[in-house]
Design a protein around this ligand. Structure first.
Ligand SMILES: [Zn+2]
Length: 287
């Protein structure tokens, strides 16, 4: 798929706003036991962690932290983190129920992450990759200037090194606290993909639960291959907003990966435990 600005516009772009980042779910991963939100069974925490946070009883995919994901999927010891020094600022002096600066400071202290994205270089089944993953726990994985810059650098590095690019997305969309600076990241990351295309290497986009707003509407859906985890919520605006706007009831399972696969919006749904093998196979074919 070509980036939006390299296509001739057929219709005027819709003036839709972005969705508000999803509120953070309280963690159910604390303590020795975990209750699966799908089958409601109580499972030993270690057992579920060993199974990559997939419920061993019903196959439900629980949230999986970005660093654990990268460690499990990449060749052992191959991940080299970059751009750790990029830190968010508060260009608008924004304040809602709390000052943005304060929110950043508290989230950083709680999670040990400077922003909502981890990126660097790594290998998967021997294939070199420039890659990154969203930290959804950090303000709903919202994309501000730092996340946008980190994503852009993934494509710049992939172009320089002539290797494949891989991004795991889980995001509520643009970061409202950075206003227009957040929205600009959609154009910036998409432009970086357009430049990356010149080296003719693949960009594989993996959409996790949930991938929405400005992230879905920019680079996440611009993958040469777009993969999704089972039952992931993927879309631009939330179902309630769409129903209110078009005044129609939406079909069952709307915006879930299975519905999107049926309608040609994602290329494949890959269960987490099969992801490494599938990515390896794709890279062998395309890289
Ligand atoms: Zn379950």
């Amino acid at each position: 798929m070509a980036a939006w600005f390299s296509k001739k516009p057929r219709i005027a772009p819709a003036g839709s706003g972005d969705v508000e980042p999803l509120r953070q779910q309280p963690s159910r991963m604390q303590g020795l036991w975990v209750k699966c939100e799908a089958c409601e069974q109580i499972i030993y925490r270690q057992e579920i962690e060993r199974n990559w946070n997939v419920c061993p009883l019903c196959g439900h995919h629980l949230p999986w932290p970005a660093r654990a994901r990268l460690q499990a999927l990449l060749d052992p010891g191959s991940f080299e983190e970059l751009d750790r020094e990029l830190e968010p600022e508060d260009p608008l002096g924004f304040s809602d129920s709390k000052r943005y600066r304060e929110r950043l400071r508290q989230t950083r202290r709680a999670l040990g992450e400077a922003d909502a994205f981890v990126s660097g270089l790594g290998r998967l089944e021997g294939h070199p990759l420039s890659l990154g993953a969203f930290v959804f726990e950090f303000m709903g994985g919202s994309m501000g200037s730092v996340v946008g810059e980190k994503v852009t650098r993934i494509f710049e590095r992939a172009a320089e090194r002539r290797c494949a690019a891989l991004v795991f997305s889980a995001s509520g969309g643009a970061r409202m606290q950075e206003g227009i600076f957040s929205l600009m990241q959609m154009a910036k990351t998409s432009a970086a993909i357009a430049r990356f295309r010149e080296v003719k290497k693949p960009f594989i986009s993996v959409m996790l639960h949930p991938t929405t707003g400005g992230v879905a509407a920019s680079f996440a859906w611009l993958g040469d291959v777009v993969l999704a985890e089972p039952r992931a919520l993927i879309g631009f605006a939330g179902p309630r907003v769409i129903e209110q706007t078009i005044r129609q009831k939406l079909p069952e399972g709307f915006q879930r990966s299975e519905f999107l696969l049926e309608h040609g919006m994602v290329d494949a749904i890959v269960p987490r435990r099969e992801l490494r093998t599938r990515l390896g196979a794709l890279l062998s074919l395309m890289d």
